[in-house]
Design a protein around this ligand. Structure first.
Ligand code: ZN
Length: 316
């Protein structure tokens, strides 16, 4: 029996594992709930191992790739820190290799998603591309000349904490005015809540009049129903997406910008205002080919697929 390559994506809420075929298709998946950040680290590793073994379904493991929502060192050995997980300088690669008995590769989730989109998705054929993942916050990755940029500490691509507004909104990172406070899933909800004070919205009814109950998917659903508050919230978050992207494009000159993560499911409702803002704010826009902003094609499985791709490559 030939071995399988399994990719596994661990975020703050769930662990998704899947057998990934060489063409990027996923043939069998397994899902676990992430144990949380206040448990002993071995419980998180238990969930990872269980998900991998369930996905493999008794077949031998050839290699396992892990996409982790956190800071992974440049050697791909340790998770230095993860905001929603208990890991701190956790030697995850070696721990999992010992438990799974196969080669394990580890990288940041956005880097993995970029790798997947470059091989099998929206950035296929592009030599240089930016990946911007919009979930709770903003993550990202830089693909330059076919290589995912890791940086000296493995921390390249943390776009969400670029400051876009001096003395702006407070950020969980302790600073203020960070990009993800204006353009992310959280920013979408925050903006919608603020706009609800200005005009009537179906979000009042959807949240039973309790602002704290407004969620990102709720704003998406309201926008689809034509709700003006929800549409204005998307226009704002999309505009900020374009403004921040213009800074990145000025620095890196990619051929394409791929937007992934949960918020990207809104498609052109998010991307149209972003394209307009990119065109408006990018330096030299009239004298260059302004890169297109497109939604990722691989959806929530992109981290898992990219992790498996990494596991199938020679060790760095
Ligand atoms: Zn920040």
């Amino acid at each position: 029996m030939t071995g399988v390559v399994v990719g596994v994506d661990i975020g703050g809420t769930k662990v998704l594992a899947g057998v990934v075929e060489p063409d990027g298709t996923v043939s069998r998946t397994a899902l676990r709930t992430t144990p949380g950040r206040r448990v002993v680290t071995s419980h998180v590793e238990d969930a990872l191992v269980e998900a991998v073994l369930e996905a493999a379904d008794g077949r031998p493991l050839e290699a396992v790739g892990v996409a982790a929502a956190g800071f992974v060192d440049s050697a791909g050995e340790r998770v230095r820190f993860a905001p929603h997980l208990p890991w701190q300088d956790e030697p995850l690669r070696d721990l999992l290799e010992a438990r799974l008995g196969c080669r394990v590769a580890l990288d940041n989730d956005a880097n993995c998603a970029a790798r997947a989109e470059a091989h099998h998705g929206a950035a296929r054929g592009a030599s240089s591309a930016l990946m911007i993942t919009m979930g709770t916050g903003i993550g990202g990755a830089v693909l330059l000349d076919g290589v995912v940029l890791r940086g000296a500490n493995g921390m390249a691509g943390e776009f969400g904490h670029m400051q876009v507004v001096p003395d702006g909104r407070a950020c969980e990172c302790g600073r203020s005015g960070c990009w993800e406070q204006y353009s992310s899933g959280n920013a979408l909800v925050r903006t919608a809540r603020a706009l609800m004070a200005e005009q009537p919205s179906v979000l009042q009814e959807m949240s039973d009049g309790n602002l704290d109950r407004v969620t990102g998917p709720m704003v998406t659903a309201a926008a689809e129903q034509g709700d003006l508050v929800a549409r204005r919230a998307f226009a704002s978050v999309g505009d900020w997406l374009g403004v921040g992207t213009a800074n990145l494009v000025a620095a890196l000159d990619p051929a394409l910008v791929v937007v992934g993560g949960g918020v990207s499911a809104a498609g052109d409702r998010l991307l149209e205002p972003a394209r307009a803002a990119l065109q408006r704010t990018l330096v030299g826009a009239a004298h260059r080919i302004v890169p297109d902003l497109v939604a990722g094609r691989l959806g929530p499985g992109s981290g898992m697929v990219g992790a498996a791709l990494l596991a199938g490559q020679p060790r760095r």
